[in-house]
Each structure stands twice: as structure tokens, then as C-alpha cells.
Design a protein around this ligand. Structure first.
Ligand code: FAD
Ligand code: DLZ
Length: 520
């Protein structure tokens, strides 16, 4: 008899740990544990999503005749972490072996690698074959020089999957249509309403549990609408393909106050917990192009995110951890300001992204990168502080995907492994791509002075501070030319205003990190 241990982001019927399961003898173990809810204090919607999806998935397996030993969070005997709950389950079932699928986080892999010795049993850790590129393959591609930049890796994934390919050539003659995908929205534009899912009885019960047990976690549940079953996730995907994909490319980088979803797919939470798979999502988008319902710039742009960026960051995570998380190339050490939690800032862009994040456990890529990410980079926030925030507040956040995006793309803490230049921008970028600056208390055009937008003096201060590192980077030649043309007085004013602003920034009381107990 084998015990198949399925984690909360492994809710896929085809997950490798279920391969060859014998319903007559084997048992599936699923456990709800507080340690996973609190190692960072996840957004309430993320907790509801995962616990409700786990309960639904367990019922689906049972309906197939598979025996599931499911430990609820509020079970009195629950010892509230993976190791202790696995040990208890082994004592209950006395299996010959434990089978698991490779987890999504380094910290959990460390736990798993201790299980065999601790339990005195074989523990088989199977590859997570929901991904197109396994870590060993990514390492081989790295040796072959194909992971230096995402674009080369992406082309390799296109060749391998045959998506948007005509023989050996990319459909349309170009690999990448990104240059067409940077349009700003017309003033007052309203995006279509998106399919959201009203909580059923299972979700409603979990909501009560989360509101009671994790009352002090960030976020509200009022607008919870995430799919919690595969059936709902497929409906959400279908909704995206019909109402949003055709415009996904054009307005991929745009932002607008009050429009929290625009033309994005909203599928990352479902994808990352296993309700959908990357290949089926990419193939569904390709079909929209082939059957003439969506343009190539939109479909290629979307597929690049799913089989390019998503697989690329995972490859970096698993081939470069644990050292990756320790780097801090820009020596950023400042604590995260309180307004990342409260939204209480005069910078309308940040207030608006924090509001959407609190209400939806969601922000789209450019909001994450060029608003909250950009500010954190310019203000020199310590990478670990920014990472913990992103890991906590987004429903789709798991370390394999969150860390490279934050540590590499946002903080440039990896010294350029993920991107050849930092994604730093002044207010002009935000003003061009959104309506946030209209009606903002700050002046987006002023670099210095009483009402200057902090994104401006912090941006120029960032260039001054890191001139030795970036001054000769050809991709940063333009801003450094502008900096060189500035008078000494203006440079001094920039530095002084940046220092004064940063010194005044309020930070929350430090919290001790959650301890994950090991029973052996
Ligand atoms: P869409 O915009 O519709 O994109 C389609 C899909 O492409 C996404 O669902 C996602 O699976 C994939 N994708 C797009 N960009 C990326 C990327 N850079 N890396 C990996 N996959 C990508 N994505 C997560 O899934 N989890 C995270 O924790 C996460 N943290 C991020 C933190 C920062 C600072 C940044 C800049 C990006 C982060 N991303 C993360 C990537 C991206 O922002 C989200 O995948 C996306 O916003 C999810 O919304 P969506 O499903 O509507 O995506
Ligand atoms: C994120 C999360 C949460 C909040 N709770 C659970 C849980 O109670 N049980 C579980 O199996 N998984 C949970 N997860 C997902 C895990 O944190 C995730 O599987 C690991 O981080 C590995 O990616």
C-alpha cells in the first residue's frame, strides 16, 4: 500500500504522484496546515482559493473511488505542518512507501528530502511533468547557451511544442510581436465584465474558517470570485478566450484606475494550483488564432507568457536555488513601507494597485512590475522584504514563480541574470501607460520641488547611486545622457529630496518569521 501525498498546488488529476494509483490499496493524503498559511501571511483570498480547491479536488477523487484521507485545518488532532501530518498519516496507514510530486518551493523540497530517513520508508519524489521543461533539461539548455535570455529559451519551447509554428519557421515570419503590444487605453475605456464564480457551500464554509482563523491577514473576501474546480477554471479560460484574448496584446501593458483586470487572462491562480495546465491553455489560445477569432500579436504575446516566461522563471528558480535568493547586487536594505499594506500614500498609482490587490489578490504584470515593483527598486527596499510581500498578497504566488520575478525582474538583485537592465522608470512611464497621474496629488512632470512625484526624484537618485554599475550599459545610454546634461544643483536637489523622502517613509513593526516545526 502506498500513501500518495498531494499538496495544495498539485490539484491536477494527471499529477505524476497519481500515476499508477491502485484504488483498492493506495490512499491519497491531503492536509490543511496552518504552517502553510502563515510562513508568509497569505492574502485571505489565496487561503480560501487553496483550501476550497483542495476540498473540491478531494471530493472529485473520492467520486472516482479513490480513498482520500483528508485532514481539515480545524481537526483537533491536526499538528498543523506537513512533516507532522505526514508522520501521523504514516502511523495510521502503515504504508510501504510514500509517493509525492516535486513541490513548487525549495523550502518544501528540503522537508521532503528528509522524509525517507525520518519515516524509515522509501519516499519517491516524482518530476512535476505539468511543466514543459524540467530543471535538468533547463540546466542542459543553459550549458548550450540557450537560457541567457528568455527570448532564445522561448523559441526553443515554440519549436518543441510546435505552437504557432509552420515547420521550422514561426507563424507570420516573426517570433515576437511585443513591439505591437504597448498601446495605452483610450480615455475612459471600459473593459468587458469578466466571469467570476459565486462561492458555493464548500467555499462559503472555508471563508468562515479563514475569517475566523486568519482574521488579521491582508485582504478582503467580499469580491472572491476565483475558480475553485477544474470545471470552473475551464469556464474562466473560455471566457478569457472569447471576451479578452483578441485585445490582450494591444493593451497588455496598459493600466486604468478602477479597471482591475482589463484584458488579462486571470488564469494564473488556477494554473498554478493545477486546475489548468500550461499546454492546454496555450493550445486553446493558438486555436483562437488558427480559427480566425484572435489576432497574432495577441495570441503570440499570450503564448510567450505561458510557455516562455513561466517556464523560464521556473528553470532559473530550480537551477539557481538556494544561492539565487541570497544575492543582493544593488545592496538594497530598506524595510518595506507601511503603505504596501495600507495603500495610504498620496502616490495614486501605488494606492490604486494596493487597493486592487487587497480586493482581488490580483494585479496584472505591469502593475506588479512598473508600479509597486518600480517603487521598491527605486527606494532600495531589501529584496527579502519585497519578496515576502509579493508571495503573501497574490493568489497566484508560489515561490518558484514569484521569486525570480521579484528578486530578478523587479529588484535586479541577481545582478542581471533575468534581465540585462533594471526595470526602473520615472513618472512619465506610468503617465503614458495609465490614467493614474491624472488626479494624483503629486506633479508627475516635476523632478524636484515640494510637489514633485517621488517616482521622479527617486528614479534620478537611483541612476546617480548606481552609475558605476549601469552608466556604461548601452540599454541605459539615454537616461545617463540626460543625467549628464543636468546641472550640479539639480543633481544635489534630487539626492537631498530622495534622502528626505526615504527617511520619512513609515514602516510596519517587524514581525518574527513563522517557525515551521520538524517533529523529528
Ligand atoms: P496574463 O497577463 O493573462 O498572462 C498569462 C499567463 O502568463 C499568466 O497567467 C502566467 O501564467 C504567465 N505569465 C505572464 N507573465 C509571467 C511572468 N513574468 N512569469 C511567469 N509567468 C508569467 N506570476 C505568477 O504566476 N505568480 C507570481 O507569484 C507572480 N509574481 C510576480 C511578481 C512580479 C513582481 C511580477 C512583475 C510578475 C509576477 N508574476 C507572477 C507574473 C505575472 O504578473 C502574473 O503571472 C500575471 O499577472 C497573472 O495574471 P494573469 O493570469 O491575468 O496573466
Ligand atoms: C499555500 C498553501 C496553503 C495556504 N495551505 C496549504 C495547505 O493547507 N495544504 C497544502 O497541502 N498546501 C497548502 N498550500 C500550498 C503549499 O504551500 C505549496 O504546495 C507549497 O508551497 C509547495 O509549492
Amino acid at each position: 500500500m502506498r500513501l500518495v501525498f498531494i499538496l495544495g498546488d498539485q490539484l491536477t488529476r494527471g499529477i505524476s504522484s497519481l500515476d499508477g494509483i491502485d484504488p483498492a490499496r493506495d490512499v491519497v493524503l491531503m492536509v490543511e496546515v496552518a504552517a502553510e498559511a502563515t510562513y508568509v501571511r497569505h492574502h485571505k483570498q489565496k487561503l480560501v482559493l487553496i483550501l476550497s480547491a483542495m476540498r473540491h479536488f478531494a471530493e472529485e477523487l473520492r467520486a472516482e473511488g479513490i480513498r482520500v484521507d483528508y485532514v481539515r485545518l480545524d481537526a483537533p488532532e491536526n499538528r498543523q505542518d506537513f512533516c507532522a501530518e505526514l508522520a501521523r498519516a504514516v502511523a495510521r496507514h502503515l504504508p510501504e512507501a510514500v509517493v509525492v510530486t516535486h513541490p513548487g518551493e525549495w523550502r518544501v523540497l528540503q522537508l521532503m528530502q528528509g522524509w525517507s530517513e525520518a519515516l524509515g520508508l522509501p519516499v519517491e519524489i516524482r518530476d512535476d511533468d505539468r511543466f514543459l521543461c524540467q530543471p535538468a533539461e533547463f540546466a542542459r539548455l543553459t550549458t548550450a547557451g540557450k537560457t541567457g535570455r528568455m527570448e532564445y529559451f522561448y523559441r526553443e519551447m515554440r519549436r518543441r511544442t510546435g505552437l504557432l509554428m509552420e515547420g521550422a519557421k514561426p507563424v507570420g515570419g516573426k517570433w515576437n510581436y511585443d513591439a505591437e503590444n504597448r498601446k495605452a487605453l483610450p480615455r475612459g475605456h471600459r473593459a468587458p465584465k469578466r466571469k467570476r464564480f459565486a462561492p458555493d457551500a464548500v467555499t462559503a464554509e472555508v471563508m468562515t474558517l479563514v475569517e475566523t482563523r486568519f482574521a488579521d491577514h491582508f485582504g478582503t473576501l467580499d469580491q472572491f470570485g476565483w475558480p475553485v474546480t477544474r470545471t470552473e477554471a475551464l469556464l474562466a479560460l473560455d471566457d478569457f478566450l472569447r471576451v479578452a484574448l483578441p485585445s490582450f496584446g494591444d493593451w497588455q501593458d496598459a493600466m486604468q484606475a478602477g479597471e482591475d483586470f482589463l484584458y488579462h487572462s486571470l488564469i494564473a491562480p488556477a494554473l498554478n494550483i493545477g486546475l489548468l495546465t500550461a499546454l492546454e491553455v496555450a493550445a486553446a489560445a493558438e486555436r483562437e488564432y488558427l480559427e480566425g477569432r484572435a489576432p497574432l500579436n495577441a495570441v503570440e504575446g499570450f503564448i510567450r507568457q505561458v510557455i516562455g516566461w513561466r517556464e523560464f522563471v521556473r528553470g532559473i528558480y530550480w537551477t539557481e536555488m538556494p544561492g539565487y535568493a541570497q544575492t543582493n547586487a544593488l545592496n538594497a536594505t530598506r524595510p518595506l513601507p507601511s503603505f504596501y499594506w495600507t495603500g495610504d500614500t498620496r502616490m495614486r498609482c501605488i494606492a490604486e494597485v494596493v487597493r486592487g490587490t487587497r480586493e482581488n489578490a490580483y494585479a496584472h504584470h505591469i502593475q506588479r512590475l512598473m508600479v509597486t515593483g518600480n517603487f521598491a527598486l527605486l527606494a532600495g527596499i531589501a529584496p527579502a522584504e519585497i519578496e515576502a510581500w509579493y508571495l503573501a498578497v497574490y493568489a497566484d504566488a508560489f515561490e518558484w514563480v514569484e521569486l525570480p520575478n521579484v528578486h530578478g525582474m523587479v529588484a535586479h538583485a541577481d545582478g542581471g541574470r533575468l534581465g540585462s537592465k533594471p526595470y526602473a522608470a520615472a513618472a512619465a512611464y506610468i503617465g503614458r501607460m495609465s490614467d493614474y497621474c491624472r488626479g494624483c496629488g503629486y506633479d508627475a512632470k516635476a523632478r524636484t520641488g515640494r510637489n514633485a512625484c517621488p517616482m521622479n526624484f527617486l528614479y534620478w537618485n537611483f541612476l546617480i547611486t548606481h552609475q558605476a554599475r549601469f552608466g556604461k550599459n548601452p540599454r541605459m545610454a539615454l537616461p545617463y545622457k540626460a543625467l549628464a546634461a543636468m546641472g550640479k544643483g539639480e543633481r544635489a536637489a534630487i539626492t537631498a529630496e530622495a534622502e528626505a523622502f526615504l527617511a520619512k517613509m513609515k514602516t510596519p513593526e517587524a514581525e518574527p518569521p513563522a517557525q515551521i516545526s520538524m517533529p523529528w
